[in-house]
Design a protein around this ligand. Sequence first.
Ligand code: GRG
Length: 308
Amino acid sequence: MSATALQQATPQKQGFDLSAYLQRSSQIVERTLDQLLPSLKTKPKRIHEAMRYSLFAGGKRIRPALCLAAAEACGGNWKSALPAACAVECIHTYSLIHDDLPAMDNDDFRRGKPTNHKVFGEGIAVLAGDALLTQSFELIAQTKPTSRYKVSQQVLELAKASGSLQLIAGQVVDLQSEGKPISIKELRYIHERKTSALLCCSARLGGMSANCTPSQLKALTDFGYHVGLAFQVIDDILDITQTSDQLGKTAGKDQAAQKATYPSILGLTKSRRIAKQLTAKAFLALKPFRNKAIALESLADFLLNREC
Ligand code: GRG
């Protein structure tokens, strides 16, 4: 895409305060999660401590925000989208806990804190991840049906995004590819599943909670897909350009693990260009929503400008 087309695709977001929006959406999601998850006093206390330790460790809450903003873009409200918003954050946190385990990426820090297994031990960390995965289905089961989307369709949406054809598939191929040269096509396969699938699902579930039309659902799918890919390219760039303190996790892990990433295959300049092009495509997908997609647009812009 040319620079002019990119500028045209990049919307103006004057007057919209994304940081206040993220603060409010995180607050409501955290309050709801706190109410719906077993308390720290609930037996067996250790597992609930471990689940809550990672869940409330200070993530950016991008997936819930996408879900709530997608609901708004389709004329819905936060209240109806909250079970889905909380469910996607539980899936995301489970995937991070498991990804950090010694059997996977073996990370010591996440969200600026020692990883779950460093604090609670590997056994409890595996179980905390399992419990959050299960918890997410308990949450999505509490969503309300709409005239277009039954509860079972919304549950299926979450199951498919987190199953062995999507999130798990991305992780499997990522693990299998370590230390091997892979093509850009194979790398995109990993990114589509490891990252894009859950971001896309977050936006789609928000739309479904608002009883979105099929064409709105298609637009949210295009948006989530491209935002998800851009997000991962930028994450790979940040792994090189930022410090561990800035990231809240160990920097430079991809290179150390000889992981194929966009910057390792194409270099930083080309990777930045690709991230911008993907974000421009995400903006274009939002055109049918007109000014109702201001929060989604700002989120995509924020994710891109973490780095580029
Ligand atoms: C199923 C074990 C398992 C893993 C699935 C999600 C995943 C694959 C691995 C986690 C590590 C990773 C690089 C994921 C890609 C998506 C991504 C960039 C996650 C980080 O998301 P942020 O930045 O994290 O939204 P916070 O901490 O802000 O919530």
